[in-house]
Design a protein around this ligand. Sequence first.
Ligand SMILES: *Cc1c(COP(=O)(O)O)cnc(C)c1O
Length: 398
Amino acid sequence: MTEEKIFERDDKNYLPVFKRYKIVLERGEGAYLYDINGKKYVDFLAGIAVNVLGHNYPPLVKAISEQAAKVIHVSNLYYTEPQANAAAKLVKLSGLDRAFFANSGAEANEGAIKLARKFAKKISPDKTQIITAWDSFHGRTLATLVATGQPHYHEGFEPLPGGFDYVHFNDAEELAAKISDKTCAVMLETIQGEGGVYPPKNDYLKRVRELCDKYGALLILDEIQAGMGRSGKFFAYEKYGIKPDIVTLAKGLAGGVPIGAFICTEEVAKAFKPGDHGTTFGGNPLACAAANVVLDTVPDEKFLAHVAEVGKYFKDKLIGLQKKYPTQISEIRGEGLILGAQLDKPKMSGVEIVNECMKHGAIINCTVGTVLRFIPPLIITPAQVDELITILDEVLGE
Ligand SMILES: *Cc1c(COP(=O)(O)O)cnc(C)c1O
C-alpha cells in the first residue's frame, strides 16, 4: 500500500485520539527507524521510552520467536518459568519482596493504588487520601487519570474516583502541610516525564520518605518512564538514596512487548488475598520471555555506565545548543537518557521543531507544548547523539 492509502485508511477508521505525524514507520534497526519510503530516522523517542534495547535487537527477537513457538499464553491460573524468572529478577533488583505483572503502565499504577487502599483500610477505614503531584502523569484509566495532576485530562470524565489531592513536585513543605494520618499513600514519578522532564531537587525525595514514615503513608514511586536504567541507575530512586514501598514499571520492561509491573514489600503485599486483584494477560510467557532478555541486559553495570556516560555527553551537547540559541532554549533538564530542553520564545513552536527534525531524519518529541523531550533507546551512541545535535542545530538556526 502507498503512504497516501495508509493515511486515508487509518484516518477513516482509527479513533482519532492522537494527532499523528505524517509518516508510516515500517521497520527498525538499533537506534534507527525506516519509513515505508525507505527514509531513515535516528530515533530519540524509542516508542516513548519503550525500546530500551533499540529496534530488532537479535537476542530479544530470538527469545520472543522461541517462546511464541512454545506457548504464547496460558493465563495466570498456572505457573510458567518465564514469569517465575522475571518476578525473581525484579524482586532482587528492587530489594522489595513481591512482583505482579500487568499489561501497561496505567494498569500497573491502578494495581498499586488498589493495593495501597486495601493496606491502609486495615489501619483505619478513613485512611484513604492519596497525594500525587501537579504536572504528573500516571495513566488513562479512571483512577490513574485522577492521580494524574493535570486537570485538562480530567475534563468531561466526571464523576471521578475520589480521595486524591495534589501538591507541587519538589515542594516538601507543601506536602508536610497536606499529609496526615488519613493519608494512605503519596504517589510520585521519581523523575517527572510527560509533565516536562523534572528531576527531584536536593533532598526532596528523602523528605517525602520521612513524611510518609511519620504518618504511616505508603510511598509509591512510578518509574514507568524513568526506571529500567534510563536514569543511569536501574531504578531512578537508587540515585536519591531512598526506597519506596511500591514501585511501578512498564514502558521499557519488555523492550516493546506490552507489559507492566508493580513490586512491593511483603508487609504491603499481605493486604491482597487471592481474588483481590488479577489479570488475564498480565505477565504471560511471551511478555515475560521478552522482559527476561531486558532484565538480563539493562541492570549490567557496564550497560548502566554507558547510559550515564552517553547521557552526560548528550546533556553537555544540549547545553552547548542552549548557549548558542539562548533566546530559544532557556533550560536543559534531566538525568541519564531522559532529557528535556525548555523552549523559550522559539522561532518555531515545539511541534514545528519536531516536524522539522523529522524532515531532517530525526525523531524527537515535544511534551506540554514547550519541552523538547529526548528518551532514546539506551543503546544510543555518542555518534548518534552528534547526528541529532547537528540536525537540531540546523533546525534551530533556520
Ligand atoms: C507512560 C506512563 C504511564 C502510563 O503507561 P501506559 O502504558 O500508557 O498506560 C504512567 N506513568 C508514567 C510515568 C508514564 O510515563
